[in-house]
Design a protein around this ligand. Structure first.
Ligand code: TPP
Length: 665
């Protein structure tokens, strides 16, 4: 087996050309096998097999740094950098992360999993390597950095040569920074901001655009659309050669004045939008290349490696390549999946209805009588439950690309124009648009409904995917209504309220199977509007449970009962505004316990405590035990296990309550 012998990139470099297709096939088999067992990112990784092999044959990782945008497509890179053996523990607690991870390997630099950041990382890394005190200014920079303010040119603790020595050092000494970015990630604003800077300052960064025409769904971009058309146009190849020859001959700045200008201009005018666009920003364009032809890719990447100016290598790949169920999946080319049957590509189990599907159904119903409703998604229509609505009423769904900030501000505009925007987004990605939610929506009091899916501890995808900040962030926005249903039926009821309200509204629910009202002793429809729901009476402690923690609070109350502690339990439903009846009862209790699946500092517990103190007065307010997620970057693992470790399951809530009562007695 060729793959087994690949312990480091030097083994990949040593392969004979005839062994490369064998390696590619073995990698694909290994990826399909690993993801079929534990779930993960499939289509994206199958598409970059040859590209990753070529990158490791041309560059010298980890001296040269490969920065994977988003990082969901780094499985092949992991396999070629000594981690093949650990794929049996992919995404398991204590096992291999589903994203690059600095702790795992010196070949991994960033581990954020939020899209569109790689170009900025590479811009910073490149700038950091070349800028030193006393150096002449970079093109486009007003003046040379002042001594003392500039980045030191001395040797860094990790042995990176910097400043003049690195810039003027031998080819061997120069580190290269390579951003590998998808056409989907290129729809995110940060990528454009970085491209603008890289070109303007002529930073010798290498950008590899892995263009498969898809985010999850088809990529929302005319740049990509034009390329898609060109892929099939035979005239394109010859025209490309002409442009490339012209551009290779002339350094970018000279092109504007050189006698070759007319040739370049005429060539560019026929060239794809993407090329014209990046060249206008000062980044040299190479391509497009067949992303499954290792030899051609090696040539192109070697050419880019020698460049002293910014260069973008445009690579065309097929998402899901080599595994028929992924290649043919119309929704997302099996971009990501839970564990599945290899023979069919169909996910295992799947019997239970997920929160996302429940939301999708509720939205479909609500949209029926509300033609002004527009559901927005940042490139995740399927994963956020919008496909049922998109298929019935396509005009009521708007995919904006991986552009959460734009989604929020354009939702403010839509609301102002009389529409009813509903932004369906994963909690973790909402953080990116906090400023827009605060100022463009909040300050202007626009009625935008934020539907936050995967809120709380999400598990398998690790620190950057936990949705634990949304409540703390949402509650910082003046006038934001914050709703957290405890069960599926209530999600539909609260969605309806959210659509009827005014101003910004946030509705959050967790990942996974929806909880039915009967599972937690809730009678659907027993409360109106934003009222809280009292689920249980008890005089010793008043538990205020938020969202999916209601079930755990009820379990805790049963356990406390066994210790002869009578706990009242409330299903809070609306964190802000909180129900006055619930607050009044809590203000009279000997002890209040709040519990939430979100970061505890500044979250729902903090909000409810403040309201109780306002009501009872500082000196008379009861003690409040606030339970929630600590401020920490939580590793990957199964959500229930993580919640139990954090003391947020029934047993944990009961134990923490007993301890406080015991300490007080
Ligand atoms: C800020 C942000 N929003 C949404 C996502 C969810 N997401 C993960 S991968 C992806 C599509 C990426 O498409 P592309 O960059 O083209 O990579 P491909 O999987 O097609 O190779 C999206 C929308 C994300 N990771 N980050």
């Amino acid at each position: 087996m060729v793959l087994e012998a690949m312990q480091s990139p030097s083994d990949v470099k040593a392969l004979a050309p005839s062994e490369i297709p064998v390696l590619a096939e073995e990698i694909r088999e290994a990826i399909v096998e690993a993801v079929s067992r534990v779930g993960g990112h499939l289509g994206s990784n199958l598409g970059v097999v040859e590209l990753t092999i070529a990158l490791h044959r041309v560059f010298d990782s980890p001296k040269d740094l490969l920065v994977w945008d988003t990082g969901h497509q780094a499985y092949v890179h992991k396999m070629l950098t000594g981690r093949r053996d650990r794929f049996d523990q992919l995404r398991q607690a204590g096992g291999l992360s589903g994203y690059p991870d600095r702790e795992e390997s010196p070949h991994d630099l960033i581990e954020n999993s939020h899209a569109s950041t790689a170009l900025s990382w590479v811009a910073g890394l490149t700038f950091g390597q070349i800028a030193g005190p006393g150096d002449p200014p970079l093109p486009g920079t007003g003046s040379a950095p002042a001594p003392g303010q500039a980045i030191s040119s001395s040797q860094r603790h990790d042995g990176w040569p910097r400043g003049r020595r690195a810039r003027r050092g031998s080819e061997d000494e120069r580190r290269r920074f390579i951003a590998v970015v998808g056409d989907g990630a290129l729809t995110g604003g940060m990528a454009y901001e970085a491209l603008n800077n890289i070109g303007h300052h002529q930073l010798p960064a290498i950008i590899v655009l892995n263009d498969n025409g898809r985010s999850y769904a088809e990529t929302v971009s005319r740049l990509s659309e034009r390329v898609a058309n060109l892929r099939t146009d035979p005239r394109y190849r010859s025209m490309r050669g002409r442009v490339d020859r012209a551009l290779t001959r002339l350094p970018f700045m000279e092109r504007l004045t050189d006698a070759g200008l007319e040739a370049v201009k005429s060539a560019i005018s026929e060239a794809p939008a993407l090329q014209s666009f990046v060249e206008a920003l000062g980044v040299r364009y190479l391509g497009p290349y067949d992303g499954h032809d290792v030899e051609k890719l090696e040539d192109a990447l070697s050419h880019a490696a020698r460049a002293q100016t910014p260069v973008l290598v445009h690579v065309l790949t097929q998402k899901g390549k080599g595994y028929a169920p992924a290649e043919t999946d119309p929704e997302k080319k099996l971009h990501d999946t839970s564990a599945f049957d290899v023979s069919t590509g169909r996910a295992n189990g799947g019997g239970t209805r997920k929160w996302t599907a429940a939301f999708g159904a509720a939205l479909l119903e609500e949209a029926e009588g509300r033609p002004e409703l527009v559901a927005l998604t940042a490139a995740m229509p399927g994963s956020t439950g919008l496909l049922p609505l998109a298929s019935r009423a396509p005009a009521q769904v708007l995919d904006v690309g991986i552009a959460e900030q734009h989604a929020v501000t354009s939702a403010a505009g839509l609301a102002h124009a009389g529409k009813l925007p509903v932004f369906a987004v994963y909690s973790t990605f909402f953080s990116r648009a906090f400023d827009q939610a605060n100022l463009d929506v909040g300050l202007h009091g626009e009625h935008v409904v934020f539907v936050l899916d995967r809120a709380g501890v999400t598990g398998d995808d690790g620190p950057s995917h936990h949705g634990i900040l949304d409540m703390a962030l949402g509650l910082r926005i003046a006038g934001m209504t914050v709703l957290a249903p405890s069960c599926e039926e209530d999600m539909a009821a609260l969605l309806s309220c959210a659509l009827d309200l005014d101003g910004p509204v946030m509705l959050r629910f967790p990942k996974g199977s929806a909880i039915a009202a009967t599972d937690i002793g809730v009678t659907p429809g027993d409360v109106d509007g934003l009222m809280a729901r009292k689920l249980r009476d008890g005089a010793d402690v008043c538990v205020l449970a938020v969202g999916d923690r209601v079930g755990a609070a009820m379990e805790a109350a049963d356990q406390l009962q066994e210790a002869e502690i009578d706990a009242a339990v409330w299903d809070v439903r609306s964190v802000r505004p909180a129900d006055g009846r619930m607050l009044a009862e809590a203000a009279d209790a000997p002890l209040v316990v709040t519990v939430e699946n979100g970061v505890v500092g500044g979250g729902a517990g903090t909000e409810l405590t403040d309201r109780i103190v306002e009501l009872a007065g500082v000196r008379h307010a009861p003690p409040v035990l606030r339970l929630g997620v600590p401020s920490a970057f939580l590793p990957h693992g199964k959500p229930d296990r993580i919640l139990a470790e954090l003391g947020l399951d029934g047993a944990g809530i009961a134990a923490a309550t007993r301890k406080v009562l015991a300490d007080e007695r």
